[in-house]
Every structure is written in C-alpha cells, then in structure tokens.
Design a binder for this molecule. Structure first.
Ligand SMILES: Cc1cc2nc3c(=O)[nH]c(=O)nc-3n(C[C@H](O)[C@H](O)[C@H](O)COP(=O)(O)OP(=O)(O)OC[C@H]3O[C@@H](n4cnc5c(N)ncnc54)[C@H](O)[C@@H]3O)c2cc1C
Length: 413
C-alpha cells in the first residue's frame, strides 16, 4: 500500500482534510486534475464568513418569488432549459427552508461557523499565509433608508444572540470609511468578526505547500478512475496507479462523478456564479462590500477589484451565460468606480450545494474506507479547515469537537 489515505480534490476542503489527516500521523496522497485551489476555491468573494450564522435559504416571500419568476434580478438567474434537472432539488430546498427547518439548519451549522476563523488562523500561521488574511470584516451596503433601518435592527438582534460584533454606518460614516464609494447607499452594516482573503486561490495553494513540506504527496490524476481493489482504494495518477486503505471524496461540485457510480443518490447541485476583476478608477476599498439587495459582492483582491455575482441555476455543462455579471456590472460600475475589465473572460464557478444547507461529512454508508467531504454550499472557503478537522477526527477515531450526525450522508437515504 502506497498511502494510508487518498484525498480526491485539492480545493479548500480536500487540502484542509489532507493536512488534518497528516497532522494525525496518516500518510496522505492528495489528488487533483489541476493545481490546488484552482477551481471554486479560487474564484469566490474571499469571505471567511463567521457572521453567516443563518444559511442561505429559499426565499419564501411572495414578492421575492414573483421577482425571481420574472428572471430579471441580479441575485438569481435561471436557465429555463436546466430547470427540469433542478425541480426536485428546488422542491426539497423550499421544504427545508420553512422557518423551523431553516432554524434547525442554522443550529446544525453553528459549531462549524463558530470555529471557522480560528481554524483558518491556525493553518495560515503554519503556512506563512497570514498576510493574505485581513481582519477588517466586511460591509453589507444598503440602498434604501427603510431597508437600512430594518436590516440594522435585524443585524443587532443576530449579533446579540450570537455574540457577534456589528456596527451600523450611516451614509456619511460609510463615505468616510470608504472614500472610493459614490453616493447611492443609505448606509452599511459593518460585520467585524469575519476575516477576508486577498487571494483565495493563493491561500489554498499555500495550505497545499504546507501539506507537501510536511511530507504529503500531491499528484495529478483523474478521481473518476477510483476503484476498489481487494481491501484498498486505487486511483490512476500521472505517476501511475496509487492505492490506500481509505479514500476521501472532496471534489466539491464534481463529487457526484465519483459517488454516483458507487450507487449514492445524494442531491448535490451547482449554484453557479461569476467573477470579473476591474482596474480601480477611484482608489480601492479597504474591505469587501456586499450589496445584499442587488445580490453581488465587490472585494479588493490582489488581482484587482473582484465583482462576484449571485446564483445562476444552470447545469454544470451549460456554457457560461454571463447574464448576471452584465447586470451586476451595470449597477456596480458607477457606485464602486470600476474601470476596465482585467480578465479576458468572466470566471465561472459552481457552489456545491445540498438542499438542506448542510455539507456531507462522514463515512460512505455502504463502502468501508470511503469518506465524504463535500457540499459546502455558499461557504466552502469559510468551512474548509474546520470540516477538514472534523473529518480527520472521525477518520482517526479521535473525539470530535462537535456531533457530526447532522452532516451524515444517510440523511438522504
Ligand atoms: C461566485 C462565488 C462566490 C463565493 N464566495 C464565497 C465566500 O465569500 N466565502 C465562502 O466561504 N465561500 C464562497 N463561495 C463558495 C466556495 O467557493 C465553495 O463552497 C468552495 O470553494 C468549495 O470548495 P471545495 O474544495 O469543496 O471545491 P473546489 O474548490 O471546487 O475543489 C474541488 C476540486 O476537485 C477537483 N476535481 C474535480 N473533478 C476532478 C477529477 N475528475 N479528478 C481530479 N480532481 C477533480 C477540482 O479540480 C477542484 O480542485 C463562493 C462561490 C462562488 C461560486
């Protein structure tokens, strides 16, 4: 046996799992068809979202549903040809988003969210990556005074309940805080507990380098070649076939390519999203700004000002539409002083989503030695390190820092 564990997928989740397993004495091989952190974990908004104590649910107000039905909003765009393949998934997402079930999802996610910043800090310190993390928090910018009042009251309630820090900035205070912003926002809520990342792909690459420096093996290979050979799991890599007692599926939105052929029917779907980098025209921001009313985020990144979009419902293989990027760009350009586009093409990524808003972390129910770590929805960058720790604790029989049952695969039958 070449290794004790093969981790399939070198996004933030796979890299973190590999590191935590190695820290517990396992000989680990990390496999990806690309370099570490080059897919979904590269292109996100960079928020380590300690303040997201309630996961994104399916909107239930009639106004929101009507708006989405018209398919003209910036925060959600759906490709009508893809809708049949999302129908059952969306129905379950709707059901899981009823107030009591949504509250249960929030409760189940809290132990992971609460530790998210601390677990990143611990890895970043070892990986010489602290300079990529910023402790400024982020701004939730709000257009209308009435909405600002409502959201500020709600934010204060959530902050009190969860021991979070939030400051309400009126229009003048916001302009003083972020002079590059044009007039147009009634104010903002400054969430202070989250950290933000100036280059999420580079952060994952540094965690992967730490894994290799500490003795781990990274190999290029196709995870879809995974097969059971006697008592081992084997996978084909560029350096030949490797095998191990245990394997972890951590391929984010592509995880179904391995678990479905093994007979698992876990409802994992992509909520797609785009980004584009821009040259700043009026100086840059000191922290990311999320326009929750219009559904896009603007983040100062090493590559330029990054605009990330809301959700596009379209199957994984649908060619990029760019619809939302065009819509968000029209709104954001004058507000944030966005200059020239810096990328030749919009980046397209896939949030790996489950309809009950919880990831799948734990053993594969019918295959000894096979483990799952995927489905981190809108917060995979946030949750990668803490999920890696939980999985490694489960795999090595260590006491787990939280009850892992909410994340088990069996909940989907
Ligand atoms: C627009 C946008 C904004 C976002 N903003 C945030 C944010 O601010 N904060 C936050 O916490 N989260 C955010 N997210 C979500 C977050 O980016 C994802 O949840 C997270 O990156 C998922 O990580 P992962 O490791 O599971 O998947 P990935 O990063 O996609 O990693 C999966 C890996 O599997 C590999 N792979 C796939 N198929 C194969 C194969 N056949 N063989 C070998 N390797 C394979 C891929 O190459 C990839 O490296 C955002 C997502 C999007 C799209």
């Amino acid at each position: 046996m070449d290794f004790e564990v093969i981790v399939l997928g070198a996004g933030i989740v796979g890299v973190s799992a590999a590191l935590h397993l190695q820290d517990r004495g396992r000989r680990v091989a990390l496999i990806d068809r690309r370099g570490p952190g080059e897919e979904t974990s590269y292109g996100n908004a960079g928020l380590i979202e300690r303040s997201s104590v309630v996961p994104y649910g399916f909107p239930r107000s009639a106004t929101a549903l009507l708006r989405y039905a018209r398919n003209r909003s910036t925060d959600l765009y759906w490709d009508y040809r893809s809708l049949p393949s999302y129908a059952t998934w969306l129905a379950r997402f709707w059901w899981e988003s009823a107030p009591q079930r949504h509250a249960a999802a929030a409760r189940d996610m809290l132990p992971l969210i609460e530790r998210s910043v601390a677990e990143h800090d611990a890895l970043a310190a070892r990986a010489d990556a602290q300079s990529l993390l910023h402790a400024n928090g982020w701004l939730q910018a709000i257009h209308t005074p009435a909405r600002f009042e409502l959201d500020a009251a709600r934010a204060e309630r959530v902050a009190r309940e969860h021991g979070l820090r939030v400051t309400a900035l009126d229009a003048a205070a916001l302009r003083a805080r972020e002079p590059s912003l044009a007039a147009g926002f009634a104010g903002a809520l400054h969430w202070l507990d989250p950290k933000t990342v100036a280059n999420p792909g580079e952060l994952v690459a540094r965690y992967a380098r730490l894994f290799e420096t500490d003795g781990g093996a990274f190999r290029r290979g196709d995870a879809a070649t995974l097969r059971r050979e006697r008592d081992a799991w084997a996978v084909q890599t560029a350096d030949g076939l490797i095998s191990a007692n245990e394997a972890v599926i951590a391929m984010g939105p592509w995880s179904d390519l391995v678990f479905e052929p093994l007979g698992y029917r876990i409802p994992l779907r992509a909520k797609r999203g785009y980004h584009m980098h821009y040259r700043p025209q009026r100086g840059t921001l000191s922290m990311p700004v999320v326009d929750t009313e219009r559904g896009y985020a603007i983040a100062p990144m090493q590559q330029g000002i990054r605009l990330t979009t809301g959700v596009e419902l379209a199957t994984r293989d649908t060619p990029p539409t760019g619809v939302q990027l065009a819509r968000a760009e029209t709104i954001a350009r004058p507000l944030f002083g966005l200059g020239d586009r810096l990328d030749a093409e919009p980046w397209l990524g896939m949030r790996p989503c489950t309809p009950d808003m919880r990831p799948v972390i734990g053993p594969a129910p019918r295959h000894p030695g096979l483990w799952f770590a995927f489905g981190h929805n809108h917060h995979g960058l946030t949750l990668g390190p803490v999920s890696g720790k939980l999985l490694a604790q489960m795999m090595t029989g260590e006491p787990t820092f939280t009850d892992p049952r909410p994340y088990r695969a069996e909940r989907f039958g």
